[in-house]
Ligand binder design. Sequence first.
Ligand code: CDP
Ligand code: MG
Length: 746
Amino acid sequence: AAMLKSKGKKEDEYDFVFEDSIDFVSQEVLQQKLTRKGRKRPRGDRGSSEGGDSSDDSADVDAPPGGSAAPGAPGGRKLTAHEEILALRKRLPVFKYREEFLEAVRDHQVLVVVGETGSGKTTQLPQYLHEVGYTKVGKVGCTQPRRVAAMSVAARVSQEMDKKLGQEVGYSIRFEDCTSDATVVKYMTDGMLLRELLTEPDLGGYSVMMIDEAHERTLHTDVLFGLVKDISRFRPDFKLIISSATLDAEKFSKFFDDAVIFIFPGHMYPVDILYTKAPEADYLDAAVVTVLQAHISQPVPGDILVFLTGQEEIETCAEILTQRTRGLGSRIKELLVCPIYASLPSDQQAKIFEPTPPGSRKVVLGTNIAETSLTIDGICFVVDTGFCKQKSYNPRSGMESLIVTPVSKAASRQRSGRAGRTQPGKCFRLFTAWSFQHELEDNTVPEIQRTNMGNVVLLLKSLGINDLLHFEFMDPPPPETLIRALEQLYALGALNDRGELTKLGRRMAEFPLDPMLSKTVIAAEKYGCVEEVLSICAMLSCGNSVFYRPKDHAVHADNARLNFARGGGGDHGTLMRVYNQWVETNYSTQWCYENYVQVRSLNRARDIREQLEGLCERVEVEISSNPTEMEGIAKAMTSGFFYNTAKMSKSGDYKTIKNQHTVYIHPSSVLHKQEDPPLWLVYHELAFTTKEYMRSCIDIKPEWLVEIAPHYYNGKDIADSAAKKLPKVVGAVSKAQKKPVKNVAA
Ligand code: CDP
Ligand code: MG
């Protein structure tokens, strides 16, 4: 591992060197080597001259956006905090084009807007529309692909408007509605707008809808494109804005019947791109070394932004950085470590926006959340690992997994652009120039082409859109993916054999959950364990790990966890007991500490659970309870997750039933390395790290599969092990075989 050590040469400006420092080479040097005549690129690697970046751009003359302190008020009085905010608003690149923008909205029903990240699209445009009266006739809505962005932007805008969050300005994300009757400017995730369409298919409450961060091409945004396009056709009073940070606006314009494109010219400072001279084996380690290297050698002020792939990695990186800088004490300037990821509590999210105290440096450790959705002022060094976590889906096997994947060239350019917003900057790419050129794809594949569509298909069906093959997609999903989703919904009983929504499907669609979980909740009614299943589903949906395991208390933490596992039901039973015992202590925080359980995960689970319970009432699922009977709970889980069944093979590892894919129990599971491992289990999801891991598992009996999903499993699927290892089962098998086995594809 990289170490800092004192070189002892005190006269040096900085007297530390790295045992294994990383050598970078600048892109400029590389280019000069390649092309002798080399047309010098004025703006780092951005190639940003394509859009509105003309040399007579008056934006260049102005003070940089969000730059140094605002000028004083007339008469030398100091500005109040709010006046300062207003002054900042006026210095954002979009401000100069306010009137032109409003005119364009007035004259066109659909407008595609393009502007650099940080130019003020998300925070300012909805406010402009509010200021000139669009909120008198309806709400102004703005979608965001990410929860964190929706929350933080709404907070910022309410502050700019000097209103309490949740009043005039609010946000709505899954399981959290921070709006009121007074809300006129509403930020929401794209997924929430999709759900809103269920109750308000014409978006009648909105005068304007801004589909923001369109370039991200999330599944939900892509589906919204088709739906809002339709709405704009039959609602002439409805204004639609498609907003993107990249310049591929032509595609959006074309999709929306050649909509007008409005470009906000922005200003970017040059960013020096640096590549590693040699490939780095461990990007996390390389990121830590690069941050420390930059911190010691680069001038202050100037904050650092690091792109990592997920929460765990961010936390590890934060821990190492804190440790190493603490070890150096006062010999280096203070380094403030700020993590940012989706499930970080909002008070800690706010920390990343706080100005860095003079003389110190901030390092923000983020996922691709910080690529375009969030702008952090003061960043001038970017460390790009070149990786992100991406969903990938194989429609043939029906397997979806999150995989650490190299980013695209386009994403890497966005990342480096973050360094040049307020002053010239540097981007350290932790890969070689060769690998940028030859190994990275040009663009990220839209999510719709690499994800399971079950959820969205159920929503579209509920919206009355039956003919999915002819739905207007900007880039259609692979036909196998659609067919697979239809098959899955059919297998779950949400669709009938003509592909129409069933009563069960209609009820399932009410839950903001994956269809498999919705089905589980509804099935729990039959097994008399709705309370238990609601707790489990809420715990599975809280987005965080429930347990924590401090390194110096690992044994205690593991023991605590295994205590909860007593009573069976694998990870699901464990989660249920954690939740129930917490409730018994009257939601005690102290209890959480003592049991190595994350209190904020439980609080979130409690919130989610309350909402799910409310929805049960709405779709008339009768609440029942039986916490000691694991079989009912396991059967309810099987009703939703029978797709995710694996069976132990002779060699001792697990194979999925339908595809014979080799999978492993995740080390965090209570079933991991058990003395008496279950032969059959149902898993919640797959996570691919070094191997294909099953996360959250529960042991089941194979005969349940034919009992619960007879159209999906027949006697053959469970026959051999049933005959050999579980003689008790034979009766059930032959019973199942007598039943006519319906073919899913029929
Ligand atoms: O949407 P776009 O990337 O064009 O910019 P924006 O998100 O509207 O950001 C405009 C300005 O607001 C930036 O200078 C951000 O730093 C600031 N902002 C903030 O201070 N706090 C937030 N939560 C969001 C934005
Ligand atoms: Mg934005």
